[in-house]
Design a protein around this ligand. Structure first.
Ligand code: SAM
Length: 277
């Protein structure tokens, strides 16, 4: 970590183990952030040996999050957001995007990484409509029962729940059931947005996906599953998919014309938005 945002150069926040890579810091490194350690950059370097464009995976994910925020705030009229696995603060965070549309839109971020918690509290809790909660996002009852979540979000009105770039770090087989618990707590007209590492199940992509998975899982970060379209689609139980459905992140309402074809890595991450009928 650089000293740019810390009071003391190279200071390590309490509770952080600089010898273990963290998902949030590896992702930050892939987005060219500065809140990461050597061990995190080493994970990326390892993945880069099999997937030289690995940073594009992170950008495809983050850009999908940005567009989903804009869609939900501007077109769907959502003004309450539960952002599960917020990641480290970066240039365009959920609250900044949705509060440009509606300055009183409420955002509750949830993460369990100690560096995210330190920075999140400092940088993400920018105003009275934005809050940060430390909890395990793969334990929905814990999140839904959290005092701040209950106080800041009105569960009698629609809420958008984000699992963007998170569920591929959940290695259990019951991600659809986990999502159902979140969705059961929401009223009709609520939404969820998910982006997830994807195995397109053709020889070339599957080989690449397996190699990346191998590197992520056997790294000090320890997780990163590439699932099939059907497996990821099952994480939107009972929802109506917003057009164009669950597609490559870069194909979900891209911002402008594409003058370069997608590379193989960009074809290994999908995203979608579903609405509770
Ligand atoms: N959602 C952001 C985005 O799409 O740009 C960040 C994605 S980042 C790849 C995944 C985030 O999920 C990290 O910040 C990590 O700390 C968080 N995370 C992973 N497992 C978690 C868990 N069990 N509970 C809470 N947060 C978790």
């Amino acid at each position: 970590m650089t000293g740019a945002t810390a009071p003391y150069p190279n200071a390590v926040p309490v509770g952080v183990d600089p010898t273990r890579a963290s998902i949030a810091r590896v992702y930050d490194a892939a987005l060219n952030g500065k809140d990461n350690y050597e061990i995190d950059r080493e994970v990326l370097a390892q993945v880069r040996t099999v997937a030289p464009q690995v940073n594009d995976l992170a950008w495809s994910n983050r850009n999908f999050l940005t567009r989903a925020c804009r869609f939900l705030a501007m077109q769907a009229g959502i003004d309450q957001f539960l952002d599960l696995g917020s990641g480290l603060p970066t240039a365009e965070n959920t609250h900044q995007i949705v509060q440009r549309v509606n300055p009183e839109a409420r955002v509750v971020y949830v993460d369990n990484d100690p560096v995210v918690l330190a920075h999140g509290r400092a940088l993400l809790e920018e105003n009275e409509f934005t809050h940060f909660v430390a909890a395990d996002i793969f334990k929905p009852d814990e999140v839904l029962g959290n005092e701040v979540v209950r106080k800041e979000l009105d569960f009698s009105r629609p809420i958008a729940v984000f699992q963007v770039g998170t569920l591929h770090h959940y290695l259990g087989e019951d991600a659809p059931e986990l999502m159902r618990v979140y969705l059961d707590a929401l009223v009709p007209g609520s939404y969820t947005a998910i982006a997830h590492f994807y195995d397109p199940q053709d020889e070339e992509h599957s080989k690449l996906a397996r190699k990346m998975e191998e590197k992520f899982v056997h790294s000090p970060m320890g997780s990163g599953r590439f699932r099939t379209h059907a497996e990821i689609q099952a994480m939107f139980p009972g929802l109506e998919m917003v057009e164009p459905g669950l597609v490559l992140c870069d194909d979900w309402w891209p911002d402008g014309p594409r003058i370069q074809p997608l590379n193989l890595v960009q074809e290994c991450i999908v995203g979608g938005v579903g609405r509770k009928p």
